[in-house]
Design a protein around this ligand. Structure first.
Ligand code: 5GP
Ligand code: ZN
Length: 113
């Protein structure tokens, strides 16, 4: 837990978010500035800065499991979607509490920017 971390605050219920999935170790909520018709963030409830610091394979599995459950729930599993882990500066990470972006509902471009 980190006092001034925005996603820790969301995990603690101190900042409102539109939660779409909840489990003991992780949760998912809609991105404030969606880049696609479906744009959901999956986070661990405990503070982990980035993908580099994930210590537990079980936590990683929980996050990935929730990402694909969210895709199914949002109706984009069959049409297709993208799971993105922006990591550190070159990866474009701006919030340093681990999160997977689940994006879909439109054709994604490749290569990414
Ligand atoms: P990053 O750039 O770190 O990969 O992604 C951070 C994401 O968090 C961005 O897509 C941004 O829109 C989202 N975000 C930042 N602050 C908040 C917030 O307070 N609530 C929600 N729901 N999303 C946020
Ligand atoms: Zn945090």
């Amino acid at each position: 837990m980190a006092d001034n971390c925005i996603f820790c605050k969301i995990a603690r219920g101190e900042i409102p978010a539109t939660v779409v999935a909840d489990a003991p170790t992780c949760m998912a909520f809609r991105d404030l500035n969606p880049e696609a018709p479906v744009h959901v963030l999956v986070i661990p409830k405990a503070h982990v800065p980035s993908l580099n610091e994930v210590a537990s394979p079980a936590l990683f599995a929980d996050l990935m499991q929730m990402a694909r459950e969210v895709a199914k729930q949002e109706g984009i599993a069959a049409s297709g979607y993208r799971v993105v882990w922006n990591t550190n500066a070159d990866g474009g990470q701006t919030v340093f509490h681990l999160h997977a972006h689940v994006l879909g509902g439109r054709q994604m471009a490749w290569p990414p920017g």
